[in-house]
Design a binder for this molecule. Structure first.
Ligand SMILES: Nc1ncnc2c1ncn2[C@@H]1O[C@H](COP(=O)(O)OP(=O)(O)OP(=O)(O)O)[C@@H](O)[C@H]1O
Ligand SMILES: [Mg+2]
Length: 532
């Protein structure tokens, strides 16, 4: 159980959360929602004990499993499977059993006897922790999350960011802890794994908090919703399932709007009154107080209005290019003896729309990285056509330089823009003033996505390679990018498990991985996006 009392959160001068009191007990299945940058990650990180709140207390009883939004760098030399097993201390017990076994072979009776006693204790611990069945349970969880034997045998350092996150998720689910804190757990999962996770969470005996932009997951699993309102700095707690929460939220919003209108009316009455009174010397002070009060009322409204802003997003007008700006043939990739895919070829015509479909580990990200020229294929080649200008959106935001600021990143993406132009693009992506000077390292998941998209927008690319571009985005920002996808005139190669994104793209063709088979897009494939 986690208990939070009067918790306050600040970053820099900004107050994310003024004061919140709540607890997460067994049976509490909480969905934590709020706009991008509202402070959801900051709150969960604090609940997990990785940072201290700026005010209030948090107490934890029982173990907590925390899945951060960004893949963490842990011990890079550890084998992935050992990382999963370590959740129940199994790797340590096994190691201790091995050393005790050696001591049991001792010729010294006393040594042998102590060793045997120790061994039976260890074995009891081993059994209690799940024993020999545990390893198969761990592989079962891992394989449900799209991690196969090959990946589990690799060291963490050789895994992609998405695979690392899945290893961490498998580890947390395997640990059997009392409380889970999951920050966007579906980000690197394919639809199959998402369905599995949904069922898993639905029957989870402990308590959990899940941050997710996947409303289906929330609808299926949560019985409470916490809404972090960035503008009021409040955590609105609803003891309701997802659909009931949405209804209630709507009612609350309406009420707030009414209250807003009331305040505006009162303020204008006050101002009018103050104007009349100002003429009389005896009433000047009272008039000034009234006016001040009205201004205070109105300025508190400004903050509320600011919350309704959404990034206005349009992809660039593509630079002119030849008929087929990008072709690839005979591409293959393997790790050791394991083939990821072989002999994949495709031709991207001007303005064409292609979606790449495949399960976790089928090599979708690898293929995009090859097309972007960031990975070298084992065989085959990628050939740029006449006038090709690529824009690559990386799932892990690795195109962003985290040590530099927001404005520096955009400037290097578009060196030709004037400073005013750069600021104005950033403004339309909701990075205003101070936000533009933040180092990218401190940005929230959705803010990083917005910045990476801003870099595409200024690029005049005629072929966009998009790897899960809707991950991390709040619903309003997601709608914006879907709109941008619909109206973009250049070519797009999309990897996404978001059905809405594929629908917005309205693809002509599909490439199926790992086989590399190309086909015309049809409704059957739409089903595949949701099933595969
Ligand atoms: N060290 C810091 N300095 C300045 N601002 C910071 C710092 N750390 C975080 N922030 C800001 O705090 C805000 C909250 O960040 P947080 O990651 O908690 O948001 P979030 O709700 O998880 O968003 P998302 O949905 O995009 O993941 C963001 O605007 C972020 O840029
Ligand atoms: Mg976050």
């Amino acid at each position: 159980m986690i208990t939070a009392h009067a918790v306050e959160l600040r970053v820099g001068a900004r107050v994310l959360l003024e004061e919140a009191t709540f607890r997460i007990a067994a049976g509490d299945r909480i969905g934590l929602v709020g706009r991008n940058g509202a402070g959801k990650t900051t709150l969960t990180k604090t609940l997990a004990g990785q940072t201290l709140p700026s005010g209030g207390q948090i107490t934890r009883s029982g173990d907590v499993g925390y899945l951060p939004q960004d893949p963490r760098t842990g011990d890079l030399d550890m084998i992935a499977m050992d990382r999963v097993l370590s959740a129940r201390g199994l790797d340590d017990i096994v190691r201790a059993m091995r050393t005790t076994e050696a001591a049991m072979a001792s010729t010294d009776d006393a040594v042998q006897e102590t060793a045997m006693e120790k061994y039976s204790k260890l074995e009891a611990r081993f059994t209690a922790a799940g024993g020999y069945g545990a390893e198969s349970e761990a592989s079962r969880i891992a394989s449900n999350l799209g991690l196969d034997e090959r990946v589990l045998g690799q060291t963490i350092g050789t895994l992609s960011g998405g695979q690392r996150r899945r290893v961490e998720l498998a580890r947390i689910l395997f640990s059997g802890v009392e409380t889970l804190l999951l920050d966007e757990p579906t980000n690197h999962l394919d639809a199959d794994s998402i369905l599995w996770l949904r069922d898993y969470l639905r029957s989870y005996p402990g308590g959990f908090v899940v941050i997710s932009h996947d409303t289906e997951l929330l609808r299926a699993t949560v019985n409470k919703v916490f809404h972090l309102d960035a503008n009021r700095g409040e955590l609105d707690q609803y003891n309701l399932g997802w659909d009931a929460y949405l209804l209630q939220r709507e009612t609350d919003e309406k009420r707030r709007k009414r209250e807003r209108a009331n305040t505006e009316k009162k303020a204008s009455v006050l101002l009018a009154q103050a104007d009349k009174m100002r003429a009389k010397a005896t009433k000047a002070v009272a008039a000034q107080n009234m006016a001040r009060r009205a201004e205070r009322m109105l300025s508190s409204l400004e903050e509320v209005r600011a919350s309704d802003k959404v990034a206005r997003l349009r992809f660039p007008t593509p630079a002119p290019c030849g008929r087929t700006p990008l072709t690839a043939s005979g591409l293959s990739k393997s790790y050791g003896s394991q083939e990821v895919f072989t002999d994949v070829g495709l031709a991207i015509d001007r303005g064409s729309r292609v979606v790449i479909v495949g399960l976790n580990g089928a090599g979708k990200t690898t293929l995009l990285r090859m097309l972007a020229g960031l990975d070298t294929p084992d065989t085959g080649e990628v050939r740029p056509g006449h006038g090709l200008k690529l824009g690559y959106y990386a799932q892990e935001h690795e195109t962003l330089d985290t040590s530099r600021t927001v404005v520096e990143n955009l400037r290097s993406a578009a060196p030709d823009l004037t400073d005013t132009q750069v600021r104005s693009v950033l403004g339309s992506f909701l990075f205003s003033g101070d936000d533009a000077e933040k180092p990218v390292r401190v940005l929230s998941g959705g803010e990083k996505t917005r910045l990476a998209l801003a870099a595409l927008v200024v690029s005049s690319a005629n072929v966009l390679l998009l790897d899960e571009p809707t991950n991390n985005l709040d619903p309003a920002s997601r709608e914006e990018i879907l709109g941008a996808l619909r109206s973009y005139e250049g070519a797009v190669v999309l990897v996404s498990h978001d059905e809405g994104a594929v629908e917005a793209l309205d693809p002509e063709r599909v490439v199926l991985l790992p086989d590399g088979v190309e086909d015309l897009w049809g409704p059957d494939y739409a089903d595949l996006i949701s099933l595969a």
